[in-house]
Design a protein around this ligand. Sequence first.
Ligand code: AMP
Ligand code: MG
Length: 415
Amino acid sequence: MKTVEESLKHILDSAVPLGLEKISILQALGRVAGEDIRSQRSIPPRDNSAMDGYALRSEDIDGASRQNPVAVHTVEHIPAGYFPQKAIGRGEAARIMTGAPVPEGADVVVKIEDVDVEGDLVQIFEPSPAGEHVRARGEDVIDGELIVPRGTVIGPAHIGMLASTGHASIPVYQRPLVAVIATGDELIDIDGDAASGKIVSSNSYSLYGQILQCGGMPMQLGIAKDNINDLLAIFKAAERADIIISSGGVSVGDYDYVKGVVSETGITLEIENVAQRPGKPFAFGTKGRTLFFGLPGNPVSAMMSFEQFVRPVIRKITGHRDLFRKTIRATLEEDIKKKSGLTYFIRGKVTGHEKGFNVATTGDQGSGILKSMVLANGIIVLPRDVTEVKKGEKVTVQLIDDSFLSSPKPEYLPF
Ligand code: AMP
Ligand code: MG
């Protein structure tokens, strides 16, 4: 049986990034840039005014003072969005609004609040160095500059920058189509007959959420009965997916047919079972570029195996550089005993802040106790050879939800 580390390495090595697709920048939030993207222009495109004021030649006002103001003559008005029609000569100025291009000849803008105006005459009372209140051409971005390197996760600021540099659409990594298959004669859908004693296939739903959360496109294929024909049909329907995930039927029970059936569909099984708890029954296989994950049926085991193996793969093939959850070290609030030889993933609730984290388990850790997952914001990882950890010791925790870090209100707010 492979260890968690061996399995993860094997699985990640089998996964190759998907191709690229070109999408509108309005659809690109959270997607990963598939190529280096460069600016197609300089921003700002020309020197322009940072203030409402007068554009003139700095040398003209070198000697200006309260006692000896310099008077310049206004030759034109330049609102934002209009182009200067005249060059500024000695003793001349243009009245200019914020954002308007600075006219030829002028190298400084004097603020409107700092001058006296009488008709076309403008009195200036102090010198200003060249460049004052002028936004230089290209001071934000120059033509050809790398603005979004390949692998960048696109955020709102990137979208604004792409728009201002002329990109309406960009190449991003494709999202994988992920088929979800539930197996088991005991399963019904939400609207099924609960009085029959059967249970709802909650895995079909929690896995759907997990796939969406990490950037995959879930394709729900429903429930297959524990018989070979039903299973063959549903795996056939999954063939066009990039990733096929099933839950249940990979254990050693009488009706656990999944591994046999996937082999029959041409998938080569490469991993069977992983030295972990929960989630020991497991299967991984490939057929060309298609990846197959046979997750265990128990609701917590299925989610945990997805977290450990499927999520990093979806992150990798969608071009992400960071494949894993953020991990922290936290102080354990109780003693935990475990079996040697298996890596344990324990549902925990992390509290605290950057100065120190604590973590407690969320109660009954049975692999069918979904509530322990509902209450968890972290997964405590206990290494394979450890048999016991004591209250007060530090443990590694994968954060599946870091919202506990947000404060009730920003501390600078007075209310
Ligand atoms: P299996 O791995 O097929 O032996 O399933 C183990 C247990 O997991 C079953 O007895 C069910 O209680 C539960 N189970 C299997 N599939 C699902 C599912 N899709 N949703 C919720 N629970 C499931
Ligand atoms: Mg089953």
